[in-house]
Design a protein around this ligand. Structure first.
Ligand SMILES: CC(C)(COP(=O)(O)OP(=O)(O)OC[C@H]1O[C@@H](n2cnc3c(N)ncnc32)[C@H](O)[C@@H]1OP(=O)(O)O)[C@@H](O)C(=O)NCCC(=O)NCCS
Length: 242
């Protein structure tokens, strides 16, 4: 059983929060017992889509579905063009970019369709701030990512993507998005090309990335750039009576 308390979420939502990565071998009664012992009020649980019997047990035990995540992998990264359109340029972010990236993330992830926003009990502006504070932390703290690639239009940051090495010769694209005023110009495709370039320069062979099943825009870009779907997870929430 892989479960732990989440201080970040507790601070943000004001309730004792735990996060679990479950699989078909886990016993739901043990999960519940652990939560009761730790005084957990809010549990976020991920489970592989194929572990359908445990999924059904969760459904009949007060867990409710909040999103479905699909992972893609580019197992043999190759180079693709990284030409910036006129007026645009790219570079790696530094700590000094944290403030601007935070404000940009508020715009990008306003009312985003992630699992937090899907929970009616959570305040929507608290859910928005999950992503903006995550983006700020990604600029300031190397535990969150190895690098943040940003695209600028003139001197304003209009898109960003974070990458983190997660295993032997493999990195993950973690948080990414484009300013709503600059979407549909191919900037996200450029960010993905730049992430592949970043990986290749570090002799990393594979890149993984994930999103909600209904985020079609990013999946279209990934498929065009050599990524293939390889695993999927449901996210469930459960609230415990105090
Ligand atoms: C998703 C997102 C990154 C796309 O950025 P973008 O710079 O507009 O993307 P691009 O211009 O490179 O291309 C996106 C492609 O998806 C298409 N697209 C855009 N919105 C779409 C939608 N709702 N459904 C299907 N396709 C869509 C675009 O038309 C384009 O395809 P095309 O080349 O055939 O025209 C941006 O909309 C965004 O930041 N969204 C909110 C945050 C987010 O989803 N982040 C990613 C989390 S994994």
């Amino acid at each position: 059983m892989n479960i732990s308390l989440s201080e970040l979420d507790e601070t943000r939502f004001g309730v004792v929060t735990a996060k679990a990565n479950l699989d078909g071998q886990d016993n739901l009664a043990n999960v519940t017992r652990w939560c009761v012992e730790k005084g957990v009020e809010f549990l976020i649980a991920r489970i592989p889509v194929e572990d359908v019997y445990l999924v059904q047990d969760m459904e009949s035990s007060g867990f409710f579905l909040t999103d479905t995540l699909i992972f893609y992998k580019n197992a043999q990264v190759n180079e693709s063009p990284c030409n910036s359109p006129e007026g645009y340029s790219w570079r790696l972010a530094t700590e000094r970019d944290a403030g601007e990236v935070g404000i940009l993330s508020e715009k990008i992830f306003n009312n985003y369709h992630g699992h937090y926003h899907a929970d009616r009990k959570l305040n929507k502006s608290d859910c928005d701030s999950v992503y903006s504070s995550w983006a700020v932390n990604s600029c300031l703290n190397k535990n969150f990512c190895d690098a943040m690639i940003i695209i600028e239009f003139r001197t304003a940051i209009v898109g960003f993507l974070t990458v983190k090495t997660v295993g032997h010769e493999i990195c993950e694209i973690v948080l990414n998005g484009v300013d709503p005023n600059f979407q549909n110009k191919g900037l996200y495709a450029l960010l993905i090309s730049l992430a592949k370039k970043w990986a290749l320069e570090r002799q990393l062979k594979a890149v993984i990335v994930s999103t909600q099943l209904n985020n079609l825009a990013v999946q279209k870009v990934w498929c065009r750039q050599g990524f293939e779907p390889y695993k999927s997870f449901y996210t469930f929430h459960k609230w415990f009576a105090k």
